[in-house]
Each structure stands twice: as structure tokens, then as C-alpha cells.
Design a protein around this ligand. Structure first.
Ligand code: GLP
Length: 260
């Protein structure tokens, strides 16, 4: 695991944007795994800026989002679909027919999930998967106790997650109970996993992810088994890490050719 601690979410997001931009520039048909939530917002802003000002083109890219609520139409203002349109897709040149987001209204949800896996495989696999983290350590919507080998499927949200998202739905009673999410096995197949976490609210989950045992009770901890997991944190999210100084020292001494 590479753990990068930055003074704030802005500089952390700039590092993440450079990792993604490199993949977009270097791969012939880059496949990007994308996430929702407040965490990747600055990253998406920077990618939009790079597109406008530096000619970073997504025209050869394919995207796969991690998850979506069951029962919400793509156009629902709280759907992850409309979040992605508003915060990224409406502002870059990724072709619409190469954007993949789980369909929470699919008539046959298990069949949809199987097809989603197949589409990821036939795109050549995800080059870089952006991840946020839930306060209980979830990635995508793989809540604690999710199988570490799971594939895209339907899941039930925890009470904590429903509470965390009540704001976006104008009250907890309006938050859906179910979602579709890439599985942990699906995420682990990505060539690079790029986990971002900002703010003190994430500090406990981050410490358990990076320094605790690998356990299904903290789904993000499985990233310890990934050959290229990069964790980018602001100071607050890193505040409960025991070896924070060591990670900063490692980053400060990275050889130039390895720098992001
Ligand atoms: C949701 C998403 C996750 C995301 C998490 C973090 O649960 N399904 O993919 O990582 O939110 O949200 P935020 O970035 O708003 O803290």
C-alpha cells in the first residue's frame, strides 16, 4: 500500500488527478472506475480543468461507476447517475455510450449485475478505480461483512450508511434500503486502486484499513492485498495512523521517476 498524506484535500486531489491523467494519456483505451460522494469532487473538478485547459481528452475512455441505489431512475436528482453527470460527465468528452453506471431500475437485477461484470471484462478490465471510504470502512457499497471475493450484486445498506446519506434525500426515511455495487473481488481486479479519504470523520476507518487486520468487517482493509493500492489522505483523515511519520518520510524520499 502506498500511503500519501497531504496537508489538505486540495493538494491530495491534485495528486489523484495526476495519477488518473497519466492513465488516460498512456493507455490506448483507458477504463476508469469512478466513485460518487463528496470525496472525489475536487478530483473531478481538476480533471475538468485539465480537459478544458490542457486538452486532456477522455474520448477513448470507458467508465464504470461503482454503485447505484436500487429503485432510483437515472434522472432522479439523488441518483449517482445524475451526480456523475453534474460533477463530471457533462463537462468532459467521454462518449455517452461508454459510460457505465449500475441501473437501479433494471427489471432483472441479478442479470444486470452479471452483464456489468461482463462489460468490465470485455473493456479489458479497469485501469484505475477511484474509491472513497464509508465511516465503517465500506468501499463502493460493500458494507462490513461483505465477502472479500464478491462480484457486482445487490446489497442492503447499513443503518449508518442510510444515516450518512439522509442529507442527500431530505431525510433518512427517503434513503433507499438497497443498492447495486461492484463487489470487492471486482474492485480488486482493477490494475490500480486509488482510495481517497478526507476529514477526521474518516480517520478511524482509514487507520483500520491501512494498519488493522484484513477483515470483511472493514472491507477497505482488503486493499492491503492489492499489488497497487494508493491511499491519498488529508491530515485529518490520517490523524489516527500510527506510522504516519514513516509514510510521509517514504513519500518525501520517492525517487523522481516514481513521483505522481
Ligand atoms: C458512498 C459510496 C461510496 C463512497 C462513500 C463515501 O457510500 N457508495 O462509493 O466512497 O459514499 O462518501 P463521501 O465521499 O461523501 O464521504
Amino acid at each position: 500500500m502506498e500511503i500519501i498524506i497531504q496537508p489538505d484535500s486540495r493538494t491530495a486531489s491534485l495528486i489523484a488527478s495526476r495519477i488518473i491523467a497519466r492513465v488516460v494519456r498512456e493507455r490506448t483505451n483507458p477504463a476508469l472506475g469512478l466513485a460518487t460522494g463528496t470525496t472525489p469532487l475536487l478530483l473531478y473538478k481538476e480533471l475538468i480543468r485539465m480537459h478544458r485547459e490542457e486538452g486532456l481528452s477522455f474520448v477513448r475512455a470507458t467508465t464504470f461507476n461503482l454503485d447505484e441505489y436500487v429503485g432510483l431512475a437515472a434522472g432522479h436528482p439523488s441518483s449517482f447517475h445524475s451526480f456523475m453527470d453534474r460533477n463530471l460527465f457533462d463537462h468532459i468528452d467521454v462518449p455517452r455510450d461508454r459510460i457505465h453506471i449500475p441501473d437501479g431500475l433494471a427489471a432483472d437485477l441479478p442479470a444486470f449485475c452479471r452483464d456489468y461484470e461482463e462489460e468490465i471484462r470485455s473493456s479489458g478490465g479497469i485501469d484505475v478505480q477511484v474509491l472513497g471510504i464509508g465511516t465503517e470502512g465500506h468501499i463502493g457499497f460493500n458494507e462490513p461483512s461483505s465477502s472479500l471475493a464478491s462480484r457486482t450484486r445487490i446489497k442492503t445498506l447499513t443503518q449508518q450508511t442510510r444515516k450518512d446519506y439522509s442529507g442527500a434525500f431530505g431525510g433518512e426515511e427517503n434513503v433507499p434500503y438497497h443498492c447495486l455495487t461492484m463487489g470487492i473481488g471486482t474492485i480488486m481486479d482493477s490494475r490500480i486502486c486509488l482510495l481517497l479519504a478526507f476529514g477526521g470523520k474518516k480517520a478511524r476507518a482509514v487507520a483500520a484499513t491501512c494498519e488493522g487486520p484484513v477483515t470483511a468487517m472493514v472491507p477497505a482493509s482488503v486493499l492491503q492485498m492489492h499489488p497497487r493500492a494508493i491511499v491519498v489522505l488529508d491530515r485529518e483523515a490520517a490523524s489516527e495512523l500510527k506510522r504516519a511519520e514513516y509514510y510521509q518520510w517514504v513519500y518525501a524520499h520517492k525517487p523522481d521517476w516514481q513521483k505522481h
